[in-house]
Design a protein around this ligand. Sequence first.
Ligand code: C2E
Ligand code: MG
Ligand code: MG
Ligand code: MG
Length: 282
Amino acid sequence: RAKGAGRGKTRFFEIEMDNRLRERRAISNELSSAIARNELCLHYQPLAKIDGEVIGFEALLRWQHPQRGMVSPATFIPVAEESGLIMQIGEWALREACREAASWSQPLQIAVNLSPIQFRHGDLAGLVHSLLLETGLAPTRLELEITEGVLVEDFDRGLSILRRLKALGVRIAMDDFGTGYSSLSYMQSFPFDKIKIDKSFISNVKSNPQSAAIVRAVIGLAHGLNLPVLAEGVETRPQLDFLAGEACDEVQGYLMGRPQPIAQYADLIGQDGATRAKLLSA
Ligand code: C2E
Ligand code: MG
Ligand code: MG
Ligand code: MG
């Protein structure tokens, strides 16, 4: 009987695996035509100084699927990375974000996420260079967000591309800091322009002394390296107050603003849109 139950479980597991694989394959197929069908778009989430002053936006991919509805990038980016489609999708996101930001009246920062796969193939620095020329965006306004995956896979290649990107005048931020393997050793190899503390630490900062200690240490590390540090995923006022007390420089999260179509933030990017607009009331 125990044997039978075990076999049943295995069978169930196999069916699950099969469904997962089929699901991934379906997503992969549909994703390959998503750009042409205009199903991809970018949402924009404000980046702010600790006092709420808006300094820019992070562009975040969204896939509006005709049947599935809004598909999360957490679902489709891994599929796109596996199939190689991330090359096309990443280029689309970069061009779209640069084009959008170049149209703003306010010279705010625009942050775009890059996949490690985009460093592995093709000529990323050449692409960024030509997109800056094509869209007319000032290089200093573009911030590229990377994870240590870029340096884990092929350190020399990753480093050389990062140096070429920096030479263009764009900024490089280390995203999701604290979640990877050996982020610390990479901090001494390359002059990053910003550290973004992963939101998993911020969400626990008021409930877990360990998280608070880690956030404090990362802020200390960043400042020791003369780098500004941004806290991701700030949802509550107590979290913000903690970060202010620890001299965190910048914040991003639902408390300041959710990722939304740029039209929702027209007042911040527009002509008389206050650059000094505050997203937080005192
Ligand atoms: P990320 O780069 O770390 O982006 C921040 C994520 O945190 C976003 O998730 C954002 O919606 C979410 N977030 C922001 N504030 C809060 C908050 O207060 N609370 C909570 N719970 N979440 C918050 P999203 O938009 O689902 O994107 C997930 C990930 O997908 C991104 O993480 C990024 O790694 C990847 N991604 C998104 N767009 C692109 C892209 O154009 N290219 C690449 N390669 N990856 C992308
Ligand atoms: Mg990011
Ligand atoms: Mg990211
Ligand atoms: Mg992150």
